[in-house]
Write a protein of this length. Structure first.
Length: 151
């Protein structure tokens, strides 16, 4: 074989190695941890909600899921994301007494790069089953704080 016919093969192999190396670097940039999230509603330290989340740290574009269980009272599936310090968290209630209710939390937060600890503060709105309009009445809106410990 002539050197000219081998050159495109060498370039293709180098390009493939570069792409694979880039992909493996991107994959290792993600860090999956379990975070114990402990929050309070409306600044009332006795009104606590807690859940464990499967959390993926991804250079400030983080995602997590979890299940909130308040035994005998309520249960909700949780989906959350953090993008550039803005957190969006949705609690979708599945227990019989609250089935279909949704609580949407939006806040600002930070993650400690050394400990992966999380602190988020913001507001929430509740939505009745099937409604896109926020509910009204007591506790339909308010504030929250979440402190997360990840490992």
């Amino acid at each position: 074989m002539h050197i000219r016919s081998l050159a495109p093969l060498g370039l293709g192999a180098a390009l493939a190695i570069g792409i694979v190396a880039g992909l493996s670097t991107e994959a290792t940039a993600q860090l999956k941890q379990t975070c114990h999230m402990k929050g309070i509603w409306n600044g009332i330290t006795t009104d606590v909600f807690e859940f464990d989340a499967a959390y993926t740290f991804n250079k400030g574009e983080d995602d997590f899921t979890g299940v909130y269980v308040n035994p005998g009272i309520s249960q909700a599936n949780i989906i959350g994301s953090a993008r550039g310090g803005i957190w969006n968290i949705v609690l979708s209630y599945v227990d019989p007494a609250h089935k279909g209710w949704v609580k949407k939390l939006t806040g600002k937060g930070a993650q400690d790069p050394a400990t992966h600890g999380i602190l988020v503060t913001g507001g929430f709105q509740q939505y009745a089953p099937g409604s896109s309009v926020p509910a009204t009445g007591p506790n339909a809106t308010g504030t929250f704080t979440i402190d997360g410990k990840c490992k």
